[in-house]
Design a protein around this ligand. Structure first.
Ligand SMILES: Nc1nc2c(ncn2[C@@H]2O[C@H](COP(=O)(O)OP(=O)(O)O)[C@@H](O)[C@H]2O)c(=O)[nH]1
Ligand SMILES: [Mg+2]
Ligand SMILES: [Zn+2]
Length: 363
């Protein structure tokens, strides 16, 4: 049932679950991880937040592990009384306890651009989470093209999973990669992210292909972030396709977002100066002959410009951030950006709630 609690945390006794969607003041909670009536196959509960949590300012976000009290099994309702400390926290999409980021790119249509891929990779690496790459639409290119990309990405420190969804595969190597984890799926539009999620989770029924309808959004096109449950264990989150993620990390951290650089420094002496930015400075141990050096320099220049410009960030750009930095860098914890509270009309709220109840009855 998608619940990954038991395998990775010692939760206090009680009824615990994962928040899979948040809307207005309601939280959809998938229970599990602890013995509870009905065991597996429990329906998600639509929960409110206990007043005490509101009073202490405890936010509840998608991905949070929460304690549920007063379950009403018939009405599929409950109340959240506690939130387990978050292990990680991504910002935009706002999701707690994400384990890894899977970047999906297409080998063709749209063509694979190493520069765009590197930008996404750096963005994903800057969260400190594990990063994986899936290359889709294998059916559209020659085997030599696939080989060339595989070798190149291996040089960069990645082991891409190559895939085609046309025709749908019997088995995808991704299943093992995703099991038991909470994974955020990112990548440019049109590469097959929604198709992939639909393949893995048929009942997700995400809209694919050309976006249609008012505002170009389908009902499930991730206006609200949502965790979709993988069988038997794990969660996926789709992110809206964005083609150019913004970068906001400090310039001196950029090099650590390149796995080939991290690997290099594991086996070689450090640069002469500890604040070396690896742009051909005297005594730089890294040098300029590595494949992605031109991308590194271009991104570095961009980050320095951002750092030195008074207006730091364009509003409305997608940003991925996390609070934990496993690489031991000195990065301070970025906080969730203050939410701009959009007032939802009563009608809109009711519609959203109806959608939720609909989702509950579907699942
Ligand atoms: N040829 C081919 N087309 C694919 C494959 N996967 C997805 N597509 C098509 O690519 C288009 C975009 O897919 P979609 O899942 O909406 O991409 P998203 O924008 O990343 O969510 C759709 O028309 C899909 O049918 C594939 O493996 N091979
Ligand atoms: Mg999509
Ligand atoms: Zn250097």
């Amino acid at each position: 049932m998608g619940v990954v609690l038991s395998s990775r945390s010692q939760l206090p006794p009680g009824l615990w679950g994962v928040v899979t969607a948040v809307q207005a003041n309601f939280y959809r909670v998938q229970l599990g991880g602890q013995p509870c009536p009905g065991e597996s196959g429990l329906p998600p509960l639509l929960c409110t937040r206990r007043a005490r949590l509101k009073k202490i300012g405890q936010q509840v976000m998608v991905g949070d592990w929460v304690e549920v009290v007063d379950p009403d099994w018939e009405g599929q309702r409950g109340a959240i009384s506690a939130v387990h400390p978050r292990q990680t926290m991504l910002d935009r999409p706002a999701i707690a306890n994400v384990d890894q980021i899977l970047l999906v790119f297409a080998l063709a249509e749209p063509g694979l651009d190493p520069w765009q891929l590197s930008r996404f990779l750096v963005k994903a690496e800057s969260t400190g989470l594990d990063v994986g790459i899936c290359l889709n639409k294998q059916d559209l290119v020659a085997p030599e093209t696939v080989n060339r990309w595989q070798l190149r990405l291996q040089q960069w420190g990645y082991s891409p999973l190559v895939l085609s969804l046309h025709p749908p595969p019997q088995q995808t190597p991704l299943v093992a990669y995703l099991q038991g984890k909470t994974t955020v799926i990112c990548g440019p539009s049109g590469v097959g992210k929604s198709s992939l999620i639909n393949h893995l989770i048929p009942r997700a029924k995400l809209r694919t292909g050309a976006v249609s309808g008012r505002l170009g959004r389908g009902r499930h096109t991730t206006r609200h972030v949502e965790l979709l449950e993988l069988e038997p264990e794990g969660f996926l989150a789709d992110t809206p396709g964005f083609n150019q993620p913004d970068l906001t990390l400090p310039p001196e951290e950029l090099a650590f977002c390149f796995p080939e650089v991290r690997q290099y420094f594991q086996n070689h002496n450090l640069c002469q100066f500890s604040n070396c930015l690896h742009r051909d400075e005297p005594g730089c141990a890294l040098g300029t002959t590595w494949d992605r050096y031109p991308f590194y320099v271009a991104l570095l220049t961009e980050l320095i410009t951002i750092r030195d410009s008074p207006q730091r960030r364009q509003p409305g750009e997608v940003a991925l951030k996390t609070k934990t930095k496993p690489m031991g860098t000195t990065h301070q914890e970025p906080l969730l950006e203050p939410k701009k509270h959009r007032r939802l009309s009563r009608r809109r709220q009711n519609q959203d709630l109806a959608d939720h109840l609909d989702d509950l009855s579907r699942s």
